[in-house]
Design a protein around this ligand. Sequence first.
Ligand SMILES: [Zn+2]
Length: 296
Amino acid sequence: MEYRELGKNIAIIAGYNNTGVIENGANTVLIDSGEGDKTAGHISRLLEERGLTPSVIINAHSHADHCGGNNYLQKKYGLEIISTHKESLFIENPFLESFCFFSGSKPIKEITDRFLLAAPSRVTRVISPGEKIKIADLEISFLTLAGHSPEHIGVVVNDIIFCGDAFYSEHVLKRYKLPFLCDVDNSIRALELLAGTEYELYIPSHGIPTRDIALEVELNLEKMRKIEQDILSILVREKTTEELMEELFAKYMINTMSVQEFFLLRTTVLAYLSSLCSRNVVRNGFKEGILSWKRM
Ligand SMILES: [Zn+2]
C-alpha cells in the first residue's frame, strides 16, 4: 500500500482500494477503511508514520472491502463513523449482506466469510445525501451516488470528490466483465450526475484518480448498455434466471470460480432484469413452474 499526496492536506492510501485521507489538524478524516484488520493495520501504520491520528471514518458505502477496517480502527482510536441510514444498517449488521445474497434464508458458509462480511462497527453519525457537515474547520458535503449499493454517497472535500464504486477506471472495467450493481437506473443517474459536475479530481475506490469524468462516465455507461443489449438478445426466447446466466456467462467467458462470485454476478443480473421489467422491456412469467424472463 502506498501513501499518495493528491493536493493540499488530501491523500489516498492506494491498495486494492483507495482509502481517502484528509489531514485536518487533530481530526484526520478517512474515506473508507479497507478490506479488514490487516489492511487497517497498514493504514494505521502509514498514518502514524506521518504523525496523523484518524478521528473519523466516512463510509461511502457498506461493502466489506470498504468498511472492513472500521472495527479495527474504531477499537484502536475510538473514532467516529459516518454513513447514510441504509448503508449503516449493513455496516452495523454485516450478516444482513449474506442474508440478502441468499434470498433471506440462512446463508451457506461460503458467503459468510470476511470477503463479503466485514466485522461489525458502530455508526456514530447518520447523514443524508445532500447534507453538509463540518469537522473542525473542514466542510464536507455528500452527493447521492446510489446504484452500486442502496444509499451510496460521493464525499466532497474542497474541489475533490471521493466517488467510491459509483464508477470504475477503464482497466478495472476490463477486468470485471459484469461490474457489480444492485440498481441499474440509479447507477445510470449517478453516472449522469457525475458527468454534470466540475470537480478538480474524481477518485474512484478501485482505479486511478481522474480529471476527465466525462470520459470515465461514457466508458461505464457504454459497458452497461452493452450488458443490457446482450441480456435482451438472449431473452428473445423465454429463459429462467439460471439459463440466462449460463448463456450470458458463456458470451462473456465468465468461469465462475467461487460461490461468492456466483452470488455477486447473480445479484447484478437480477438488477438488470428488475430495471428491464420496470421499463416494460422484459416480462416475467413461469416456465414449468420456475420464474422466467422474456423480452416483450
Ligand atoms: Zn462496493
